[in-house]
Design a protein around this ligand. Sequence first.
Ligand code: GDP
Length: 193
Amino acid sequence: MKIKSAEFEISAVRPVQWPSDGLVEFAFVGRSNVGKSSLLNKLLGRKSLARVSQKPGKTQQINFFRINDRFRFADLPGYGYAAVSKSERAKFAKMLETYLTTREPLLRVFQLVDIRHSPMPMDVETYRWMKSIGLEVSVIATKSDKVGRSQIAKAVREIRIAMDGPEFIIPVSSEKGEGILELWSHIEDLMGA
Ligand code: GDP
């Protein structure tokens, strides 16, 4: 996809602040440090539109990006960062739940997992919960450059088994650019382009 425009619009917590013009939206979720900001920057061809986090778990807001005036990315805060307090975590879980259960223009959730490790219980629980409320979820296996080419298929199989068979698991490397075109065509397909 040709990116003609990509604008950061707003960092928001409260639903009243969320953009409300109805453009279709893709949400990105995953554990802190999974490579979410790097992937967003790579997808949008911008060095630091989505800040590559120095302090994992710091960003506790939803960041909205408007692309080509046609669709939106919502960057949801990373989950599972140990160093935040219980009440912070509860607040965060509530925000994620509110977003995922009420966001009408949400077309698909992209859940990021690190290709090097089996999905953690929290990844699996989040995935199952999203499916149980009727969301469509594609899994993105990040940092594919960190495993050998021959290991990618095996890692994808393991993720598929651990997460009860998501239809789409797309390996990507923001560092090397692998899988980025595949992810864009998936996004195009989902929009019916
Ligand atoms: P976030 O917390 O999910 O937004 O993760 P970041 O994008 O900040 O990335 C976390 C760390 O992983 C950083 O040190 C990145 O440089 C590194 N990283 C992210 N994507 C890749 C990738 O595709 N390959 C490699 N080798 N490292 C990556």
